[in-house]
Design a protein around this ligand. Structure first.
Ligand SMILES: Nc1ncnc2c1ncn2[C@@H]1O[C@H](COP(=O)(O)OP(=O)(O)OP(=O)(O)O)[C@@H](O)[C@H]1O
Length: 915
């Protein structure tokens, strides 16, 4: 019998064995699970490895290694299953992609080159293909069905950034050139412009496209001047943005869609960098351009330019010279790049596009192309708008209105400024009738550039829009001043009318006052810098008036067009920024300096017979290049003028012609012809330098001081003034109601004087050529108190008579000079007026003695200096530079300051020896 203890031990042992068994079981299960897990892990690792490398991409050794894996069979079976299923789904994928590319990259954008290369595109550029082919991707399987096209968006969709791999420049050039020729071949010529910049080279960038470089379709930039390209692009962006904003659009695409017109070409700018970051300023500019470019139809293709831009960018990273990774297809797919298009074919294609573009531009257009089919159909109520030239066949317009009220035109001599003015005036006059546009034309140049616009001897026609034509005014700056004064007066008149109608601009005034005559006024002043040619009163007044007109003319429809040959003209503005700033329309002829903004060099490179038009104060983005047709050749403008003249001449008055080279003729002066006997005779001395044709005259009432002194040694002018004064007075007295007493001690002048005496006598007047002047004066003084007949004393060269006058006759208390002084002092009150010619001021002073200058109430000075005249002009400073054919005239009763006049041309007569 087992002891109790033994039994207990057996029980424990048994229990322990059971536990051991259980533990063994658990451990066995755990080991099995672990093994299974390890196998699963190995299987998954294998699967991962296979997926990573690709079932078909493994090397033979790899394949072999995999096949030795215990799970190889399972894994390959599973993966083949998955892949099979996937490819069953994907079988439609390549096709879908092909169709997608085909529909978004039609024609040259995506089709093989044989179908289009060498043909000129027809797409007008209102819309653009969305994608442009660069290559293809073939997915695993290597069967044709799994190859699909790869294309990138460009133009207004996305930029493209290309990153090179070593030795891939030719491959990159091929990508870029293929893309560019696809783009260029898609659109009609002119619809796309390509800009090329390569940091490393100037000339050898994509040479196959060079045939296009003689057109605007291709522009190359200096390697060191990326800023030029960026500035230009920034300018386009700003301009397009501004145009779009006005019409309520934010992108060029919207503007095109809304207007149905291309408006602006697409632009593709290719930037070749070197993989290094740009200098900070350029990088900033580039970022700025890139962010606004797409909305303006500008696309950047950046090669190795590692600047992150804040805009849509697709990427192509080259793996080698045939393959790349594209952001369009993701990193798993390798793009097989299209091979370069055959160089010869690209050159030919570029050549054809260039020829088509040149042909389309139609070569130089003619003046007739600027003219509308029907004349005078436009209203100038809001603005004046007229084409002045062409760019690539498209008209380029000048706009003068509230936004661009005044124009500044600059260009060196011979650059075509005058021609431009003619083109502009012709184009405007053909569009706007004389009721809509009134011209005031002034040319300070020597020559007669505007003379043909007024009726002439050879051609009786005139430009009906012209109200005033001033030529040969280079010495008559006062005429410029007169024009400015006239414009300032007109400005006031218009302001007053606007105020009365409670409006603020011309358009509204015309609306409120439809029967009023409110044409837009354009005042053209060629070589305007002459206005500022001296440090004198003319310059000061001209500056003030010009500033006033420039500032306020805008809203009253008074516009200045200031032209100048050289920098001097513009320098005249220094210190007068108001005028300069108001000239927001700038027109720079080739090589013009300072007309455009300082950093804007467009005029430097402008070709002959072109002009850079800029409505934005000369800032680069406002540049518009235009070929200006020849408007100045024989009969070109004249033909238009004849047509306009026939149409309007009956209803509009002829313009006033002021020709500084011609003295006026008294007999041809309407004021002279209209003179009749009257109580207040008026002596005409010459022509006023004024916008309206006015004679300047001296009233000779019976009042003290009403004598006239002609001062200076310029004989011809002095005779002229004496002559016109006498003849005009003669017409205002009945036959013998006046007596002319004439004296002329100057031998050389006697024939002229005798001629006048004869003429006055023939007209029935009492006229006496006094031989003994002292005696005659004594007689006049004696008869002063009883004088009833008016007397005009015409005393030529009194200074020559002074010795005789000073001598006292024996027994006489008074000399002839004393009598003369009495006549000068008391005569006018009794209707006895002296018109005397002193050849020097000193002699006049001698004549007057200590009695002061009051008896000389009016004078006309010739070749005497201004400072000598002060005592006769109430002590004021007198600016006067004597010049032939002009006199300085002052009438104490009517003038604040003296004015320049033009003595009349004395009728020719024989035998005077003085002319
Ligand atoms: N667009 C053009 N096409 C053909 N010929 C032109 C053109 N522009 C100007 N010309 C010719 O060039 C010459 C000089 O032109 P224009 O008189 O207009 O120059 P300018 O700049 O006014 O010179 P200047 O200030 O010396 O008068 C003229 O004989 C004119 O016929």
């Amino acid at each position: 019998m087992k002891s109790k203890a033994a039994e207990q031990r057996d029980r424990v042992r048994t229990a322990l064995n059971r536990v051991r068994h259980q533990i063994g079981l658990v451990l066995g299960a755990a080991a099995g699970a672990r093994k299974a897990a390890a196998a699963e892990l190995a299987k998954l690792e294998l699967e991962q490895q296979i997926v990573k490398v690709g079932m078909d991409h493994a090397t033979t050794e790899q394949q072999h290694e995999w096949s030795r894996h215990p799970a190889a069979h399972d894994v390959f079976t599973a993966l083949s299953g998955v892949r099979g299923a996937y490819y069953t789904d994907w079988s439609a994928g390549p096709n879908e992609l092909r169709e997608l590319v085909a529909s978004n990259a039609p024609g040259p954008a995506g089709r093989p080159p044989g179908e289009w290369l060498g043909r000129v595109g027809h797409n007008p550029g209102i819309t653009a293909p969305g994608l442009w082919r660069v290559g293809s991707v073939t997915t695993a399987g290597r069967d044709i069905a799994r190859t699909f096209d790869v294309a990138v968006p460009l133009l207004d969709e996305s930029h493209l950034a290309i990153t090179s791999a070593p030795k891939t420049r030719p491959a990159i050039d091929a990508i870029v050139q293929n893309l560019l020729i696809r783009v260029l071949s898609t659109f009609e010529p002119g619809a796309v412009r390509v800009h090329l910049w390569d940091m490393g080279q100037l000339t050898a960038i994509l040479p196959d496209l060079y045939p296009l470089s003689r057109t605007s379709a291709l522009t190359l930039y200096d390697p060191g001047r990326l800023e030029d390209l960026l500035d230009e692009l920034a300018g386009h962006i700003r301009r397009i943005h501004a145009t779009g904003m006005q019409a309520g659009h934010t992108t060029l695409r919207e503007i095109r869609r809304a207007s149905g017109q291309r408006v602006e070409p697409f632009r593709v700018a290719v930037l070749y960098g070197n993989g290094e970051t740009l200098e900070p300023e350029r990088a900033r500019d580039l970022k700025r351009v890139a962010s606004g470019a797409l909305a303006a139809g500008i696309c950047l293709i950046m090669v190795d330019v590692p600047t992150a831009v804040n805009a849509a960018v697709e990427t192509l990273s080259l793996l080698d010279d045939r393959r790349a990774i594209s952001s369009m297809t993701g990193t798993d797919l390798v793009v097989d790049l299209d091979p370069p298009l055959p160089s010869g074919q690209v050159i030919r294609a570029a050549g054809r596009i260039a020829e088509a573009l040149i042909a389309k531009q139609g070569g130089p257009r003619s003046f007739a192309d600027l003219l509308p089919t029907e004349f005078g159909k436009e209203s100038s109520s809001r603005e004046l708008r007229a084409p002045v030239g062409f760019f690539e066949g498209e008209p380029v317009e000048v706009v003068i209105g509230d936004a661009s009220p005044h124009a500044l035109i600059g260009g060196p001599s011979g650059s075509g400024k005058t021609n431009f003015l003619y083109a502009m005036l012709g184009s405007m006059c053909a569009r706007y009738g004389p009721d809509e546009l009134a011209l005031y034309l002034l040319d300070f140049k020597e020559g007669v550039s505007f003379a043909g616009l007024a009726p002439g001897r050879k051609d009786a026609s005139w430009l009906p829009h012209a109200r005033l034509v001033g030529v040969n005014v280079n010495t008559d700056r006062e005429f410029g001043l007169a024009l400015l004064r006239f414009l300032a007066d007109e400005l006031r008149r218009r302001s007053a009318a606007a105020k009365e109608q409670e409006v603020t601009n011309l358009a509204d005034l015309r609306e409120q006052d439809p029967t009023g005559h409110w044409p837009r006024i354009v005042a053209v002043i060629d070589e305007f810098q002459y206005l500022f040619a001296g440090r004198d009163g003319v310059t000061a007044q001209a500056t003030q008036l010009l500033e006033d007109i420039a500032r306020r003319g805008r809203s009253q429809g008074i516009h200045l067009v200031l032209a100048s040959q050289d920098v001097a003209g513009i320098e005249a503005f220094w210190g007068k920024p108001a005028v300069f700033e108001q000239c927001t329309l700038r027109i720079a002829m080739p090589k013009a300096r300072r007309v455009l903004a300082e950093t804007n060099n467009a005029a430097v490179s402008a070709p002959k017979w072109h002009a850079v038009l800029n409505h934005d104060s000369g800032v680069a983005h406002g540049n518009q290049l235009a070929h200006v047709p020849d408007a100045s050749s024989k009969n070109v403008f004249v033909d238009l003028q004849h047509k306009l003249w026939e149409k309007y001449a009956d209803s509009f008055a002829r313009p006033r012609l002021f020709d500084g080279a011609h003295s006026p003729v008294l007999e041809q002066f309407p004021v002279y012809a209209e003179l009749k006997p009257n109580d207040r005779p008026r002596a005409l001395l010459g022509q006023s330098i004024d916008v309206t044709e006015a004679a300047c005259g001296v009233d000779l009432p019976r009042a003290p001081g009403r004598n006239i002194a002609v001062l200076g040694g310029a004989t011809a002018e002095a005779l002229s003034i004496m002559d016109s004064a006498a003849r005009s007075l003669a017409r205002q007295y009945e036959g013998d109601a006046v007596e002319f007493v004439v004296s002329c001690p100057v031998e050389a002048c006697l024939p002229a004087v005798r001629e006048l005496v004869g003429r006055l006598g023939n007209e029935g007047h009492r006229v006496e050529l006094a031989e003994d002047l002292p005696a005659r004066l004594a007689g006049i003084v004696d008869g002063l108190s009883t004088a009833d007949t008016a007397k005009i004393l015409l005393l030529y060269g009194i200074d020559a008579a002074l010795p005789v006058l000073e001598a006292k006759a024996v027994g006489q208390p008074k000399s002839g000079l004393d009598h003369l002084r009495t006549v000068l002092k008391q005569g006018p009150g009794h209707g006895i007026h002296t018109i005397g010619w002193w050849r020097s001021i000193a002699r006049l002073k001698d004549t007057l003695g200590f009695g002061g200058t009051d008896d000389i109430g009016t004078w006309a000075a010739l070749d005497v200096q201004g400072n000598e005249l002060s005592p006769f002009a109430a002590g004021q400073v007198v600016h006067w530079s004597p010049r032939p054919g002009r006199a300085l005239f002052f009438d104490r009763t009517t003038h604040g300051a003296p004015e320049v006049i033009i003595p009349f041309q004395r009728p020719d007569f024989e035998g005077t020896g003085v002319s």
